[in-house]
Design a binder for this molecule. Sequence first.
Ligand code: FAD
Length: 546
Amino acid sequence: MSARPSLESPEQLVATALGEFLAAPPAGTPAEVIEALTLMAGNPRDPLSPRLFFEAVEQAPSAISITDVRATILYANRAFEVLTGYSRDEVIGNNEGILSNHATPTNVYQHLWRTIQRKQTWTGTLINRTKQGGDYLAELVIAPVLDCHGELKYFLGMHRDVTKVHELEGELRRQKGRMETVLDAAPVVIVLLDAEGRVILDNQEYKTLAGELHGEVPAQVLSTALREQVGLDPLAECLGGRAFKDLEVSISVEGLGATRWFSCSGTPADEVDPSARGFFGRQRPGERRMLLLANEVTARRREVDRAHLENLRARLAEQQLAHGMREALSAAIYQIQAPMNVIQAAAAMARGGNASLATLAGMLEEISVSGAHALETLKAALPEGPREIGVMVNVNDLLRQVLVLETDRLLAAGIVVDWRPTPLLPPLSGHQDSLRSLFKHLIDNAIQALNESGRPQRDLLLATRPLDGAVEVVIQDNGRGIPHGDRYRVFEPFYIGWRNRRGRAGMGLAMAQEIVTAHGGSIEVDPDCQDGCRILLTLNAVATDE
Ligand code: FAD
């Protein structure tokens, strides 16, 4: 430890050093430092002033030290002792470097010294160590004090512990980082707007949308869409304290490609008053913000639109089909009427005995021609069968789909379904729509047979199983059954055995057979079924290399 270099008393030293400092504060000295020291200095003409000045510096909350031009400490106040852990006797005569923990980079010291030697004030942060060995961050102001010739005489050092502030700032940065990570990971556009609609905070999805909008501000585009399409001003709504939720809007901006849909929600967000007035909790309301969330629902929206269109198309197709059939049948009825009239006339002539064979032959010829004409009309009216591409089909899936479609009808008829698919079936190439309509027709038949049987216990068995390079499907009901003699006739066109013939054309099983044949399979009514009807059908599987 070096000897005390100054013979002045501490009061004199402080008064002289600070007096000279205040007489010509060096460039760069923070205004509040000058203001604080001026207040401490009081009235220099007052005889009590130097003593009061000294007391004020002694009691000051900042650690204040005065050094010579080589940073040897000449004076240190009480706050300096408290903060550093050194008594003033321990530091006076030592270099300020006693406080260094040797972690501050050398270039910081170099800058410090360059500045103060140029007679300017240096402000910065150093890592210090207390006498007890604890590190702290010192926010330091070093101001040069010049003598009356303008030469460097002292340095005035003021520092305070800003470790807590630094830790809080670090924690704040970490919190911000975590918040940004969460916001950026959210697959939703998130943006916080101030009362003027300016963006305060946004996330990655928002930035991506901004890029896609080519210069348009997403928050403005969405707000305009909400105003125009839903009649709601989102900012006004939130500033008025009202939230809104799941409002769907579309945006179609040049460069965005197709129209995109967003489901928007807004929440008013009140910020706390950050001013000092809010310290004791009695704060004014802070500024109100709007948190806007926009979830892109374009895919779902397209799916809904597509399903709606499909539904419409199917309904239209059904209507068209019914209309076409009515038209064709009316035309056929009209055309069949002509040969019928000729037949009746011929029959009347034959009964009266006044028709020669040649006349009857002529009439028969006329009947034959108009009959053939009516037949042609009917044939032409026959709708073309659906053209479908063969794909690999899963018979279990198709049957299950049809069962789902038929659920309401099965429940209404009180039918208990016994569903026994074999999970692994040989691969089958087929036409899904045709197979679905085949299964639907056979299940519809079973439902009608069960309804007509009037039995209280109604069972429907559906089973699939692999069968020697094919898939066998069994559809069995315990309904009214098919008489043994009709086993083959039921497959003939226009055969109707139902008691309730309404809506039946007798073509269902004929067409079912056609579909099965197209799949290289067969369909039959099982002759061994004693109770009800068992339809056995096989569909040929795709040949494998083995
Ligand atoms: P040093 O080798 O002493 O210095 C490192 C570098 O600083 C040198 O390479 C050189 O470029 C420069 N330097 C040092 N002394 C001088 C000089 N006399 N003239 C020109 N350049 C020089 N340091 C702290 O760590 N904590 C403090 O709280 C602190 N408070 C200070 C308050 C005042 C009023 C003053 C004037 C200085 C203060 N210093 C403080 C700086 C201190 O005096 C030392 O310069 C610093 O601690 C580095 O010391 P060192 O022994 O680690 O390295």
